[in-house]
Ligand binder design. Structure first.
Ligand SMILES: [Zn+2]
Length: 229
């Protein structure tokens, strides 16, 4: 248990205004490998367990940026009205269990949907939830969360403006392809990856272009030699 990687900090909840405890992750983590869908594995520790902050007083949950950033008064009101009638009451534990972590993501997704957050943001929450299940070796639940991530990334690509943060549209198209491959949907994976490889503009995004090409070749060679896995 890598307790040295985390510590408790006091924050103000943007919904109820109370002071609460949250778990913060120290930044000196050693990464071991990165999966095709950008999931980073670290030595003896999984920081994705602590990506969502949950208010122990009112039950609001969001990732650090949304928890500490400006909240639109209309969103604040929507969430307050919802929480007024309910008692969520989640105690803060510095070290989270798998169940507590899953709950934190489900709450964050719920509140993001309640305030009609961007599809790209909701997709990212589902993707990280999938990584939690991956870490727990629950393939069925991982695939369910990945399917939701794909659904929201597709919606985001069709309706939202890119680049979004550091994500370009080609990065998202690559990511959808990588997620499909993870789920074993090789036809869909190939279609998305081909879009990146076939886009002249993508050639200037060398990292994404190369990743798309490598993954596309992986799928092709897997198909040619089924005994290879
Ligand atoms: Zn609160």
């Amino acid at each position: 248990m890598a307790v040295g990687n985390i510590y408790t900090a006091k924050k103000i909840c943007p919904v109820c205004g109370e002071e609460i405890s949250v778990t913060k992750v120290r930044s000196r983590l050693i990464s071991v490998k990165t999966d095709d869908d950008f999931c980073v594995h670290y030595k003896d520790f999984n920081p994705y367990y602590y990506a969502i902050w949950v208010c122990e007083k009112c039950g609001y949950a969001a990732d650090e940026n949304h928890f500490t950033g400006h909240m639109h008064p209309k969103h604040q009101e929507l969430i307050r009205n919802f929480l007024n009638e309910r008692k969520i009451g989640l105690e803060h534990h510095e070290v989270r269990t798998l169940a507590e972590t899953v709950t934190s993501y489900k709450l964050a997704i719920f509140f993001a949907e309640l305030i009609s957050a961007s599809a790209g943001h909701i997709a990212g929450l589902y993707l990280k939830l999938a990584w939690i299940y991956r870490d727990a070796k629950d393939k069925e639940k991982e695939d369910e969360a990945l399917a939701k991530a794909v659904e929201y990334y597709d919606k985001s690509l069709a309706t939202e403006r890119y680049p979004m943060g550091t994500m370009t549209d080609n990065a998202v198209i690559y990511l959808i392809g990588a997620i499909h491959k993870r789920m074993g949907n090789y036809e869909s994976a190939t279609q998305y990856l081909s879009r990146v490889i076939g886009d002249q503009r993508a050639r200037s995004e060398t990292t994404i272009f190369n990743k798309a090409r490598d993954l596309w070749q992986d799928i092709r060679s897997d198909k040619e030699t089924p005994e290879h896995s």
